[in-house]
Design a protein around this ligand. Sequence first.
Ligand code: CP
Length: 317
Amino acid sequence: MKQFLSAHDVFDIDALVATGLAYKADRFRDKGLGAGRRIGLLFLNPSLRTRLSTQVAAQHLGMEAIVFNVGAEGWALEFADGAVMNGSTVEHVKDAAPILGQYFDILALRTFPSLQDRAADYSERTLNAFVRYSGIPVVSLESATLHPLQSLTDVLTITETFKEQRKPRVVLTWAPHVKPLPQCVANSFAQWMTAWGAADFVVTHPEGYALKEEFITGATLTSSQDEALEGADYVYVKNWSAYEDYGKMPPASGNWMLTLDKLKATNNAGVMHCLPVRRNVELSDEVLDSPHSLVTQQAANRVWAAQAVLSEILKQA
Ligand code: CP
């Protein structure tokens, strides 16, 4: 693996999941693989799980991890070609990224979308600039449109918990929120579910919240959450803002917050969420605190997903 920006960078998802689960069984099995190598973790936006799990994963491989909160502590970066930098930006990515490519063996980056300019966000301008100018393998720690480390974790969590000899029914359901959120987690989960192909995948959301077509091709779509939940083995709960009326929050009719009562229609479903979660807005206390909830196991698995990805890149570097 030369980079990890989306499901398209993975040749065999099941094999990568198996690598992650092997690390879960024996975290130090490749403890010398990263010796003498260094990863730079650049955050333009906040994080708890992604930041810490990737550092822990690097340590398990004997690799040094350096975190830089570039969004809060770095120079304001310019991305536009030909910019006359007489405004607020101080350093062009063309100058910053090649230096990072000298300091590190792998560069990992978190960069959220603006939710103001769909074309700019969906061009992944920031992530792609670091790919283009750093000259070293880049790992997405969540970009403007995707969150592949989260999605690999999600597939790993379903793989390790599903015990039946059939495809699981996996439902991605929109949930309410107090402010507009990116589509990244939903886009990415949908992309990985369809690329994986080992689940019957259903997406449900209110009118106005359709995801970009390329991510949901192959999924079953319904605007009825009740219909979607029928017989579900997993319910992945996530809010996202509108893709069509970009970044907006069209009013959603009905109650979309998942409750224990709604879960009665499922096959005793496991409930997933990437976290952080707004309790009693996105997901009820009664669900999060019930045996249905997989969120802690899911978040803990972030380490093994990150370790699998870093090890694959280190093996090819
Ligand atoms: N799920 C996730 O990416 O968590 P953080 O934003 O805390 O990293």
